[in-house]
Design a protein around this ligand. Structure first.
Ligand SMILES: NC(=O)c1ccc[n+]([C@@H]2O[C@H](COP(=O)([O-])OP(=O)(O)OC[C@H]3O[C@@H](n4cnc5c(N)ncnc54)[C@H](O)[C@@H]3O)[C@@H](O)[C@H]2O)c1
Ligand SMILES: [Zn+2]
Length: 393
């Protein structure tokens, strides 16, 4: 069977690699950059407005910053940013920030060139015409810098749209761990657990290939090693670098395989309760793993062995190790208490709506066992029960 693999054109990585932005722009032949940037990285100590201007000082490149994004991007943000981009006649989009800024930049790169296109038409397009795109992640989580997906919340329906097309993969990616040193503990673990979920879901997906497996397993190894260190000490540059590589590999893995139920259910939960993406996925991942354990036992046993190299036992025991280890990471990173901030007091009356939203999104059909309404209902019930045991931090 013919299988496909889609990757960014070039990847620069390592501490200080942001200095390569001028080379990257030259590689593309850009003259006028529209930079979609997360507000947090404009603040001290990163102060990236000054930083970017310094890096581009010796070039003739024009630079316009767009930093009006608050939270995760919506269709309204895309319209505003696209109008700004058109006004300045940019010939290249640069994203500097978390997955939110990168996804907004992806949308702007497409909408600037195709003003009438609808989000649901994107996956079916033969070829996407868009402005060139350079992605510089400042979180280690979404992998958007290497994926064919963009996630934009529809302001009218409250649903997260996530069209995918290989043409959305950035042309150039720069992975500089120094830009992630300022990420607070909470977002370090939300985004890190998101990356772990990408790798785990890509590996157990029915769309997994030998190439996506390779990236998924390496990502799980890297993230399992580095996330506890990055959580303990945010200034640990080695852990930050390992996380950035791990999240990029996990992005490549799921972009060439798929995410599954943890993401379908997580997107629904996140959109309705305004929960950061990584946290919503982390909250659901253990219950989704538990649901699929016996159907993908061999694959989960492989993951269990990586997450806990010291453990030994039958395939069934090692598969359960995956569940145990993910639960334990959630405990260690206070994921339940963080979830309680958003979900405490919610009763089960919301569940039917969440299940409908989850079933309407991507990630259901690629699960090793296709969940029905009742299965997803039980997963949300387990989450609410778990959350009720925790008080808000
Ligand atoms: N395109 C994809 O493949 C893909 C995959 C998964 C998730 N997503 C989407 O990405 C979005 C989430 O992205 P995210 O998890 O990276 O979070 P984010 O981009 O929303 O950033 C989270 C917060 O951290 C701040 N921040 C970012 N970098 C920082 C830094 N270095 N120091 C201090 N603060 C910093 C941001 O300003 C923001 O307040 C969601 O919309 C999600 O649905 C996309
Ligand atoms: Zn995710």
């Amino acid at each position: 069977m013919v299988q496909e693999m889609h990757l960014p054109g070039s990847i620069y990585h390592g501490a200080g690699s942001i200095e390569n932005l001028a080379d990257a722009a030259a590689e593309i032949g850009a003259n006028n950059l529209f930079v979609v940037i997360s507000t947090s990285v404009l603040r001290e100590p990163l102060n990236l407005e000054t930083g970017l201007k310094k890096i581009l000082k010796k070039t003739n490149l024009q630079l316009t910053l767009f930093s009006e994004l608050k939270g995760e991007p919506t269709t309204e943000n895309v319209i505003a940013a696209t109008n700004n981009c058109k006004e300045c006649n940019a010939d290249c989009i640069v994203a500097v920030g978390g997955g939110s800024a990168i996804d907004l930049a992806k949308a702007v790169s497409v909408m600037t060139v195709n003003p009438d296109i609808k989000y649901h038409e994107i996956p079916r397009m033969k070829r996407i015409k868009r402005l060139p795109l350079i992605a510089v992640p400042t979180t280690a989580g979404t992998g958007s810098e290497a994926t064919k997906v963009m996630v934009i919340t529809d302001i009218d329906t409250g649903i997260k749209l996530n069209p995918g097309h290989p043409g959305l993969i950035p042309d150039i990616t720069i992975l500089d761990p120094e830009l992630t040193l300022t990420l607070p503990k909470s977002f370090t673990v939300f985004t890190g657990m998101d990356a772990l979920a990408h790798a785990v879901e890509a590996f157990v997906s029915t769309k997994a290939t030998i190439m996506s497996d390779n990236f998924a397993l390496k990502a799980i190894r890297l993230i399992n090693k580095a996330l506890p260190d990055a959580y303990k000490d945010g200034s640990d540059i080695e852990a930050r670098e390992t996380m950035l590589l791990g999240s990029c590999f996990a992005g490549i893995a799921f972009s060439n395989s798929s995410t599954n139920l943890a993401h379908a259910a997580g997107r629904a939960l996140g959109a309705r309760f305004h929960i950061p993406h990584g946290l919503s996925v982390a909250l659901l991942l253990p219950f989704v793993v538990e649901f699929g354990l016996e159907f993908a036992q061999e694959r989960y046993a492989t993951i269990g062995k990586i997450l806990n190299p010291g453990a030994d036992g039958s395939e069934k025991t090692m598969a359960k190790e995956t569940l145990k280890m993910i639960m334990s990471l959630n405990d260690q990173f206070h994921i339940w208490e963080e979830g309680a901030k958003y979900l405490n007091g919610s009763d089960e009356s919301i569940i039917p709506l969440l299940v409908d939203d989850a079933l309407a999104g991507n990630g259901i059909l690629t699960n090793q066992v296709i969940p029905v309404h009742e299965d997803i209902k039980q997963i949300y019930q387990k989450l609410l029960k778990k959350i009720s045991e925790y008080s808000v931090l």
